[in-house]
Design a protein around this ligand. Structure first.
Ligand SMILES: Cc1cc2nc3c(=O)[nH]c(=O)nc-3n(C[C@H](O)[C@H](O)[C@H](O)COP(=O)(O)OP(=O)(O)OC[C@H]3O[C@@H](n4cnc5c(N)ncnc54)[C@H](O)[C@@H]3O)c2cc1C
Length: 442
């Protein structure tokens, strides 16, 4: 092929997920000729999450996003933790008000098949060229090793660009291929999340979750007797006429205990506190997806000459807060802005693309990732936070709010006893200190 026949773009984005379409939007808006390559038949077709998507990130990329009618489900007007015990007890710790009462809301429930399609359409409206049904399999390198294009699975599928942004999601084969990380996915650092989308009439969802209408929605993280005491966390989200319900358990744990994901999910759905909420729901969707939970220590190098990596591919997930979508969108945006700067300078070297990481250090992404750097190890070594404490909290609050007709001093003694019966006091104090270290980065 002669040089003139080469297909050239100013920038190539691999993956039309949350990070990829954000990067493409920013670059196309700045006037770059952008190829957005997606292996799925349509953007969103292969994507899966809980979940709730955060508006602060969408707004940074698309300030007028509400006018563009995003296909949100319900706003998150109640969010928080539910603690389950084995006998079916359920302690709800929900919050509402504050930022949750804003318009637009802080977060909205979404289904990725519709949201990602809309998100990629916004990139196309800015001028990005979407290439679906195409998988990037490798890179084209200059003699000095700099990335100057990609190879796809199409015949004659070589595309050239001086900068490539890799937004390939958790299965980061290309990131590995580029040597930005030296090893394959490690089961100890991946959660396997599995979920069902169940259809129910809107009124039934409202009644079961105590919601006045479809302008109100619940996003709950569920702890306790759901993952057999193993490191894992459940979730339940109310959409307009569906419920997204599922849980994530560390992959290594599933392998070690030979647990079948669908059996763990079935047990969770049959829990006395969950079963009445999902009863009669018609199964519309069932699937599983990995979540990169290795955190800071599992992050690849974020850039090299001619390439940057963003989102799940770079392990940008905060598992405790269910944050991944916002990190992916913001990282995609910052990578896109860096590519624009590189074009202005006519320099796509590693030194210029280092701006990407510098900018991320200024914002919440790398700061949070660093602060939570010990969290995944903490969960591994402190399984009592998955069963002992949630069931204690459930019982303690149940007792606190019951009138037994006995002196409160005795009640508090019993609550104290129910803690120390489960976990000696000095160990409980040690656990709290360890938790502080893992979450606050002490
Ligand atoms: C069950 C579950 C629940 C979650 N819940 C939440 C939540 O409530 N809130 C939250 O913020 N986060 C949540 N997350 C995390 C969140 O979904 C991810 O962090 C986010 O989707 C990452 O976006 P991304 O763009 O990096 O990757 P993805 O969304 O995975 O997009 C990657 C894209 O790249 C494409 N692709 C991959 N390889 C290639 C290739 N070689 N060539 C071409 N295309 C390719 C894929 O098809 C895909 O479209 C959840 C995750 C899971 C699994």
């Amino acid at each position: 092929m002669s040089t003139n026949e080469k297909i050239r773009f100013d920038a190539i984005v691999v993956g039309a997920g949350l990070a990829g379409s954000a990067a493409a939007m920013v670059m196309a808006r700045a006037g770059l000729n952008v190829a957005l390559i997606e292996r799925g038949r349509k953007p969103g077709g292969k994507n899966y999450f809980g979940g709730a998507i955060y508006t602060h990130a969408i707004q940074e990329v698309l300030p007028d996003f509400m006018e563009r009618r995003p296909p949100f489900e319900r706003p998150v007007t109640e969010a928080g933790f539910w603690f389950l015990s084995s006998d079916g007890g359920l302690t709800k710790m929900m919050t509402s008000g504050g930022k949750l009462a804003n318009e637009p809301a802080d977060a909205y429930m979404a289904l990725r098949a519709t949201f990602d399609l809309w998100w990629a359409e916004q990139a196309q409206k800015e001028g990005a060229f979407l290439i679906p049904k195409t998988t990037v399999t490798d890179f084209i390198r200059a003699e000095d090793g700099r990335v100057i294009g990609v190879i796809t699975d199409r015949p004659d599928g070589e595309l050239y660009a001086p900068v490539v942004i890799i937004c390939e999601g958790v299965n980061n084969l290309l990131t590995q291929k580029l040597g930005l990380i030296s090893h394959d996915l490690v089961p100890a650092h991946q959660a396997l999340a599995f979920k069902q989308v169940l259809s129910l009439p809107m009124e039934t969802i409202n009644a079961r979750f105590g919601l006045p209408d479809a302008q109100h929605g619940v996003a709950a993280s569920v702890l306790g007797d759901i993952s057999l005491g193993l490191p894992g966390m459940g979730f339940i989200y109310t959409n307009k006429t569906t419920i997204s319900v599922g849980l994530g358990v560390m992959l290594e744990t599933l392998i070690e205990y030979r647990l079948k994901p669908y059996e763990v999910l079935q047990r969770y759905l049959q829990h006395p506190a969950i079963a009445p909420l999902v009863e009669g729901g018609q199964l519309l969707e069932y699937g599983g997806h990995l979540i990169p939970e290795g955190g800071w220590r599992e992050m690849p190098k974020l850039y090299t000459g001619g390439a940057m990596v963003a989102g799940d591919a770079a392990s940008m997930v905060n598992a405790l807060h269910w944050e991944g979508t916002n990190m992916a969108i913001i990282a995609g945006k910052v990578a896109g802005e860096t590519a624009v700067v590189a074009h202005q300078r006519g320099d796509f070297s590693e030194q210029t693309l280092a701006r990407y990481e510098e900018q991320l250090r200024e914002g919440f992404i790398l700061r949070d990732m660093k602060q939570y750097r010990n969290f995944s190890k903490f969960l591994d070594t402190h399984p009592q936070f998955m069963d002992v404490y949630p069931s204690f909290l459930n019982d303690a609050l149940g007792n606190f709010f019951s009138a037994y007709g006995k002196p409160k001093r005795q009640l508090f003694k019993e609550i104290y006893g129910s803690l120390t019966g489960r976990r000696p006091l000095f160990k409980a104090v040690g656990d709290i200190i360890s938790m502080g270290r893992a979450v606050l980065g002490w």
